[in-house]
Design a protein around this ligand. Sequence first.
Ligand code: NFE
Length: 578
Amino acid sequence: MTRSVIDPITRIEGHLRVEMEVTNGKVSDAWVSGGCFRGMEMVVENRTPEDAAQIVQRICGVCPVSHAHSSAIAAEKAYGIKISNNARIIRNLLEGAQFLHSHILWFYNLAALDYVNPLNALKADPADAYDLAQAAGTSMNSDFVALKERLANFADNGQLSIFSGNWFDAEDGTAYQLPPELDLICTAHYLEALTMQAKASQISAIIGGKMPHVMTLVPGGTAFVPTDQKLDELKALADEIYDWVESTMIPDTLAIAPYYIDALNWGKGCGRYVAWGVFEGPGDYASYTEQMANRYLPMGVIDDKLNLSDVQENLITEYMGRSWYKGDATYTSPYFVTEPEYTEYNVEDRYTWVKCPAYDGKPYEAGGLSRVLAAYKRNVPFVVEQVDGLLEALGAPGQIGVAQSTLGRTAVRQIETLYIAGLMKDWVAELIEALKSGDSEYFREPSTITGAGTGFWEAPRGALYHSESIKDGKIEGYQIIIPTTWNLAPINESGEHGPMEQALIGNPVGDIEKPINALRTVHSFDPCTACAVHITEPATGKSFDEPLGGEVTWRTWHITAKRIRCPSSSRTGSTLLR
Ligand code: NFE
């Protein structure tokens, strides 16, 4: 038995440590630890819900729109507002643009370097790369000859820049399996992906005023009023992103997958899934449950036998006993409590700032796989067709279980990306039609400013929950459960590991220093520890009722707990804290 530790995990958002027990070449036990405290709930107390929708976006620079959306929905539920049709479409476009940005970023720039070795591309014959790209049906828009020269210059200078610090030499150089020509193609697309992310963020900025941290998503609807010129710009951008996702991201996934097919055999995790649903559907609804079930990516709770049910809010709990919070209570939604109390890093006791959310007392996975499974179980036609096609391409027709794996989790998210890219085109067309018909309602005033509500929504990384109680327009209590909190949950009160910990157990480890398969599994969840936990702001003067008392040092991270900082983005935060 040996311990293998990855700390910090790179190519994610935030600060994550993974500790594993390795026995006979496999992970036999695992603990994941988020190394920052998030106190955003405390920051928004006594503010207005309109302020909260702005402030909570500062939880993260990658998924701010989802936080604004979930917060706005919570306020709308508290105030009894149903938003207008125009607001619904515009907010879907804003959310969709952020999902596309995040999914493209994740696949190419965060996860792909676990499978693609740009240094091996130096051995590629560019002419063969064009032939291979054509055979794989993937795009040939980049100049493979020029790219190879660029990579050679990088290597000659000994400065690998964005490609440095990876584990391309893991397992004595056998961990990366792609032929050099496919490495060259995917490296070209890695760079194209940066441009496509910028285009997705352009959509966010057109509608949201800026990105990250948009200005126009407000409780009651939207403050964005489209003009013909802006609609033209949105249409052009949506078309371009769709074409790229369809012609590049999907075929690349199918080209890479056969070389790592073994990764269908591990990384399953807890095998239970939560999705609250995202992208509001058209028409009226009689209940919140009906609203969530009719979203374009619908709500669903899926148990370990893959049975689907509707969400029941009172089954959502948070357990404190293995995290750095006071006591070991299990709280039930919406009566959650955030009282930080750092002790020490000890995997036998408390070892993370991430709380332990559960549904019906059990760990549940959140994310793209959860959403796609919920849509599949609810017979969303595009998703059913694409998932069946993917399973066939992976050599497992009809076997939905293979999606429950490291490679499956990575691949199905591309289906979701294509689905959302297509919906973006539809929503632009729908908005143009709505405006032509003279619909000009964007915002609805509340008739009361006291109440309580929960915003069930999705961020790119999964099920997102903001819940608030409001009295006379001021927030009395606010709680958030972030997607990555579900996935990075520590051991629960029954001794069961959280979803990522379970997914790591059983992973083959061929190189104790560079456990690349564990890294592939971690990245398949696309964790954002910065979201799952967070830091609050000294500049606001906001302080805790019971400060933690002095400086807490935990490995490389220093948290001055008396006056904690609320970064405008997680990256800024990590830099400031170092
Ligand atoms: Ni910081 Fe986030 C997303 C949220 S974390 S990225 O997506 O909420 O899971």
